[in-house]
Design a protein around this ligand. Structure first.
Ligand code: HXC
Length: 279
């Protein structure tokens, strides 16, 4: 789909890059000539992922252990990364989430999600942004949100609050930092099965099947589809896109919104009758 050197020589920092969508994006970056620097709390996983992706793609990859909830750790890790030169882009991908009735949540449960998604993404964005601004160079921030950042969603309320905050950060800083050559965008995925998310969010087959059935395209997303969108937004070809959130969900969220979207419950005979009544 893209020329093989689309992201050549770019250094791209990916939070939560050891597994799931972060890992798929890291792989795509390497296939297109970039060097991803993957971060996560789990050192063993990072080491494994880095070895696997290097062997599969023949590309370069770096990793750092980092808990993005800890602002001092963020500062020190980002500063150590910068010692080898500036990065070109940051992907705020790391997230935490679980399915729960909201009235059962403790304040620690609320913080567990918001500290990763909202605070962590903000700390990372600031740590990179101020370095780009100090050096007078351009930068690119891509945040992975969800479509419920704008609709909200029952049963994942801390995540909805936090993702809405990341969207607000994206739009706000796109305007504030645009004149400094830093652009910020978001990708709003629908259902893309990953072990991390699915273990916590899809407790049984009933929910898993519902995801595919209620989607206008009749299926969940393929990781490669999301990785290609990310590659485009990381590339210089998308340089004029700033402050947007691009949806990739097969039409899922719109299907829940249109007032007559459920009218496929009508039979052919009922449709014929409706057409007849019109004459
Ligand atoms: C209620 C829960 C809970 C659950 C944890 N808690 N899981 N409460 N229901 N299922 C509560 C705990 O009881 C505790 O409160 C508090 O949260 C902190 O729990 P810890 O296990 O100590 O937290 P921690 O180790 O920090 O784990 C963070 C986490 C975990 C968010 C809870 O799930 C995590 O690390 N996730 C990372 C990976 C992940 O979730 N990825 C999916 C992202 S998907 P008490 O009061 O008992 O001390 C995504 C997009 C979704 O975001 C889009 C889908 C379409």
């Amino acid at each position: 789909m893209f020329v093989p050197d689309l992201l050549k020589n770019k250094r791209i920092l990916i939070t939560g890059g050891g597994s799931g969508l972060g890992k798929t994006m890291a792989r795509r970056c390497m296939e297109l000539g970039a060097t991803p620097i993957i971060c996560s709390r789990r050192e063993e996983l990072l080491e494994e992922t880095a070895a696997e992706l290097a062997a599969d793609t023949g590309g370069r990859i770096e990793w750092r252990r980092l808990d993005i909830r800890d602002p001092e750790a963020v500062e020190s890790v980002v500063s150590s990364i910068w010692e080898d030169g500036p990065i070109d882009a940051l992907i705020n991908n790391a997230a935490g989430n679980f399915l729960a009735r909201t009235e059962t949540l403790s304040h620690r449960a609320v913080d567990a999600v918001i500290n990763i998604v909202l605070h962590g993404s903000t700390y990372m964005t600031l740590a990179c942004g101020k370095r780009w601004i100090d050096a007078g160079i351009s930068g690119n921030v891509l945040s992975i949100i969800t479509t419920y950042a704008w609709t909200g969603s029952a049963f994942v309320v801390p995540s909805a609050i936090a993702k809405a905050g990341v969207l607000a950060m994206t739009r706000s800083l796109a305007v504030e930092w645009g004149p400094k050559g830093i652009r910020l965008n978001a990708i709003a995925p629908g259902p893309f099965p990953t072990d991390g998310a699915w273990d916590r969010l899809v407790p049984n087959e009933k929910l898993a099947t519902a995801w595919a059935e209620r989607n206008p395209l009749g299926r969940v997303g393929d990781h490669k589809e999301l990785a290609n969108l990310a590659a485009y937004l990381l590339s210089d070809g998308s340089a004029y896109i700033n402050g947007d959130a691009i949806t990739i969900d097969g039409g899922e969220w719109l299907a829940g919104a249109g007032q007559f979207n459920f009218a496929d419950i009508l039979t052919d005979e009922e449709w014929d009758n409706i057409a007849g009544n019109k004459k």
